[in-house]
Design a protein around this ligand. Structure first.
Ligand SMILES: Nc1nc2c(ncn2[C@@H]2O[C@H](COP(=O)(O)OP(=O)(O)OP(=O)(O)O)[C@@H](O)[C@H]2O)c(=O)[nH]1
Ligand SMILES: [Mg+2]
Length: 283
């Protein structure tokens, strides 16, 4: 099965998610640190009603540290508890556990273990975050599969039970910008966005944030890239990578594929696509 949002499966996914949400006291919503307000699910708080929501800005290793720092401030004043995280590395989950601990201590009235689940749109790192938290978990609990069908839980040291499957949320396509951005980070299904346009859009993001030189050096060409249009940089990358089609023309599909893959692998250099000062939140 391919990565990304799968149109058509949303209804089924959402029904199951709503069933699971009923059991939860809290959700841990995973966002992409490079794109926190475009990867957030604005409907979540309504679905959750009074339940608590904690945010994880994951893939922090791919975002600009200083910008992530400002996002953390923004989220903690506007949205709620928030952490930056790199699930790919051996990041400590102590801070998250401490917060869960603290939240539990404020819910003295509960006589059962509190429950939470990890949610987020495709490819933000939900499974990786679950794995990080589970490594510190004591044991899997719940019914044995095949005998009783039901959610499986992982008991964490912080005294919480974590559902072992993530809740998939649908990405919200606000406008063309968000279509490009969600396509670039790999949260949309192939075919739902135009790879060539997205790759050129991405080069423009690197250029406008003064980060195009680091990208070009990865592809081993050194020009005054600031003076070049993204389309020209795109063609240069295609040429350097030998993406030639019929008649010696650059194969733009192949070139786009390389640029997007390299961006997702994190080799083009850190780039925060969204910054608090530029963003005007829309409902
Ligand atoms: N650089 C970087 N990559 C990460 C990080 N966390 C996850 N990834 C990578 O991002 C990709 C998606 O991670 P998953 O954990 O599968 O994400 P998911 O949200 O469960 O994805 P779906 O189940 O497809 O919706 C994988 O290639 C991970 O290795 C991170 O903190 N940094
Ligand atoms: Mg997953």
């Amino acid at each position: 099965m391919g990565k990304g949002a799968k149109p058509g499966s949303n209804v089924k996914e959402e029904t199951r998610l709503l069933e699971h949400l009923k059991l939860m006291d809290l959700v841990l919503e995973v966002l992409d640190a490079r794109l926190p307000l475009t990867t957030i699910n604005n409907r979540m708080q309504k679905l959750l009603d009074k339940k608590k929501r904690v945010f994880v800005l994951n893939k922090a290793d791919l975002a600009e540290e200083e910008v992530t720092g400002r996002w953390l401030e923004y989220f903690s004043t506007e949205k709620g508890p928030v952490f930056s995280f790199t699930a790919r590395h051996r990041t400590s989950v102590k801070q998250i556990e401490k917060t869960l601990d603290y939240m539990r201590s404020k819910e003295q009235s509960y006589r059962r273990p509190l429950r939470f689940m990890v949610v987020g749109i495709p490819n933000v790192g939900k499974s990786s975050v679950i794995n990080r938290l589970a490594q510190r978990g004591a044991a899997r609990t719940g019914e044995r599969p095949g005998i009783t069908r039901g959610p499986q839980w992982i008991k964490l040291r912080s005294g919480w039970d974590m559902l072992d499957t993530p809740g998939l949320l649908s990405p919200f396509l606000r406008d063309n910008w968000s279509l490009m951005a969600l396509g670039a980070i790999g949260s949309l299904e192939i075919g739902a966005y135009d790879e060539e346009k997205t790759a050129i859009w991405l080069l423009e993001q690197y250029r406008s944030h003064g980060k195009i030189a680091q990208l070009c050096s990865y592809y081993s060409f050194f020009v005054d890239a600031k003076a070049l249009e993204p389309e020209a940089i795109f063609l240069k990358i295609g040429a350097v990578r030998g993406c030639l089609g019929k008649g010696g023309k650059i194969d733009s599909r192949k070139t786009a594929g390389i640029i997007l893959r390299d961006f997702r692998r994190g080799v083009l250099g850190r780039l925060s696509l969204e910054r608090p000062e530029e963003f005007h939140e829309q409902e």
